[in-house]
Write a protein that binds this ligand. Structure first.
Ligand SMILES: [Zn+2]
Length: 400
């Protein structure tokens, strides 16, 4: 169906509305015209309307902008259940990767899957994201790791965007891992050579995994500088496993975002803030990998950096389609105040994708919103393990 072109919808009986462009409104209503927000305010001030308009009764619930998931690895096949058992037994992630687990086992399963299988698997994940209130998501390739397999994954992403209401920002992540059977320099050259084709197949972004055991700062610079020259936006997996200078590279290149940041220090946070690089935190991954430092948010807040949130949805280190769960972790593990966590999950993540039409409900924004199963956003954070979202609206159309 793809994101609806635009419908009219009146959302009534909103107990509490978080527009993000202004203070919360109690006892509110919100109108969407042709898929865009045309009015919001206290229900008592709702202008009189003429003609038939579809209505959604929020039944006193809290309404927030549709969540923006700033970082996912959605198209994959296979399972990483063996990795989980090993990790629970104390085996570090890098050791799992070294024995052919981790990304490499997912690459093998993804290459072996048919196009239709990959579309079906990825569509199911996109639907689960919508059911959890996510209306826009960044979606990376990265489990193909040959030119043809990576381009096929971009086609999968395009098919999923066309078949669901989710707004998708496709990212080419050929620089996810060096395939074990490839020469490093040769593989980096192939990633660079694939950039024009990736862009032609719908990629808007290029990302690289710059970390100990992944790509070096020099290799990531080669890939992202070429991507920037080709007209793609850039983002970077940085400071996840170790501090090797990736945040400095993101600042140097002016990347839209630096993501993960588990080993970020105060200096790195200041560099990101000064360069206007949005910091994307992925707490479900930090929790899964089991070496949580949980210091990044403190450094970023002190530096005044823009914080975004993502699920990092992937089969091994963060199998999570739920932004509400990520918001809970952002508050309970990182210690972000509730208002800042919701802001990060909407406005902050939209900024990480350089979009100003989503992530808020100001007049003229996309009519994308989530009706929470809560009267107040703080109740969503406190209520663990419950269904978080009652209804999701994309472009004025109720999708779930
Ligand atoms: Zn990632």
């Amino acid at each position: 169906m793809s994101a609806p072109a635009g419908a009219d919808l009146l959302v009534r009986n909103i107990g509490r509305l978080l527009p993000m462009t202004g203070p919360p409104v109690e006892s509110a209503a919100l109108a969407i015209q042709n898929g865009l927000v045309s009015w919001y305010g206290p229900a008592a001030d709702l202008p009189e309307r003429h003609g038939d308009v579809s209505e959604l009764d929020a039944e006193g619930a809290c309404v927030v902008p549709g969540f923006v998931d700033a970082h996912t690895h959605l198209p994959w096949a296979g399972s990483r259940r063996r990795d989980l058992e090993e990790r629970l037994a104390g085996v570090p992630y890098e050791a799992i990767l070294a024995r052919g687990g981790g990304i490499h086992s997912t690459v093998a399963a993804t290459r072996a899957a048919s196009f239709d299988e990959l579309v079906a698997l990825t569509t199911a994940r996109a639907r689960l994201m919508l059911a959890n209130g996510t209306t826009t998501a960044e979606v990376k390739t990265g489990y193909g790791l040959t030119r043809d397999d990576e381009l096929r994954l971009l086609d999968v992403v395009a098919a999923v965007a066309a078949g669901t209401a989710l707004r998708v920002e496709p990212t080419y992540l050929g620089a996810h891992a060096v395939p074990p059977d490839r020469d490093r320099a040769d593989y980096v050259a192939e990633v660079v050579a694939t950039l024009p084709a990736a862009q032609a197949r719908g990629a808007r972004w290029c990302d690289a995994f710059c970390d100990r055991g992944a790509f070096t700062v020099g290799e990531a610079r080669t890939v992202l500088a070429a991507a920037r020259d080709a007209g793609l936006g850039t983002r970077l997996h940085a400071d996840q496993l170790a501090r090797i200078g990736a945040t400095g590279l993101a600042a140097e290149l002016g990347c839209a975002s630096a993501d993960h940041l588990d080993h970020l220090d105060a200096e790195g946070a200041q560099a990101l803030a000064a360069a206007g690089v949005v910091a994307v935190l992925l707490p479900a991954c930090t929790l899964t990998i089991g070496e949580p430092t949980w210091d990044a948010a403190r450094h970023l807040r002190a530096a005044g950096a823009t914080i975004a949130l993502g699920t990092d949805c992937n089969p091994g280190t963060s199998w999570c389609e739920s932004m509400p769960y990520v918001v809970q972790l952002a508050c309970l593990a990182y210690g972000l105040p509730v208002a800042e966590a919701f802001r990060a999950a909407t406005l902050g993540s939209a900024q990480a994708l350089r979009r100003n039409d989503v992530g808020h409900l100001g007049v003229g924004a996309r009519g994308d919103l989530a009706v929470l199963e809560a009267e107040h956003e703080a109740d969503l954070v406190a209520h663990l393990g419950a269904r978080p979202v009652r209804a999701t609206v994309v472009g004025g159309v109720v999708t779930t």
